[in-house]
Design a protein around this ligand. Sequence first.
Ligand code: GLU
Length: 312
Amino acid sequence: MCGIVGYIGKKEAKDVLLDGLTRLEYRGYDSAGIAVAVSGQTHLRRVEGKLQGLKDLVKANGIPAAGLGIGHTRWATHGRPNETNAHPHHYKNVTVVHNGIIENYLSLRRRLQERGHEFASETDSEILAHLVVEALNEQPDTAQALRAALSQVKGSYALALINHNDPETLVAARSGSPLVLGVGEGEYFVASDVPALLPYTQQVYFMADGDVVTLHQGSMELSDLTGLPKTCEVKRIPWTLAMAEKEGYKHFMLKEIFEQPRALADTFRGRLRIASGEVDLPEVQGLLEKQNFLSGLQRIYLIACGTSWHAA
Ligand code: GLU
């Protein structure tokens, strides 16, 4: 299901991003990354695997101090779970994190390649950075360029984007995947879920499908996909961190039980071919294609304890 965090303000962006991603870890992921921007430069750190690996990398290599950045934990839908496919994705001056699926990315990618774009990853998400760079050639406003890019895209997204030539701006947009805006004192946060925001603010706005938000230190604009301004109704949520993590359920066990349908759907997301009714699981497919694999099995071990043992 993966997670997004974005920050603009006076704090050290990398601390907010790593902390936010830690609070979204429950969502599950296969790789992680952060990017911070200072004028004219973007600095990326990405790893395959656990968030701890990213924290270790940032500790070992450092990352420049910045008040603007974006972070991501990925659950791969397009392209292997490795470092190159990990988000953030970067093209020239534009860097993006994305949750969801860009359904028409292949045709968009082909068109961009014909115009000389080179792609670094196998993901559908990278297309977004390329489209925004193209749109910025037509007009210099980052949010407007994002809206122009999104008008070409079909699919679902929650995204946060930075442009190191416009280092005072963080833009975010949502359609079909969740995104929450957090409003602090002269600073803003975006995240896939409330727990990432709660240590910093309880003032939030749950973004609606079609919302695009432009954030500067101390000011913000909310609009729809055509650029029409919208009123941002920020609410104070009276949740503690523990309540947010339990999403209103009395116990984590209850939450986990009720989450099962969503957890299954998220696990298969991007691996289902609706039209043909096929499930795309290359790891399992290889085994099943081996002759007599199933009939050759003598015994299957399911290793678990507690509730997972009962499920097994
Ligand atoms: N479709 C994107 C990818 O495969 C985003 C996956 C996600 O939501 O984490 O990189």
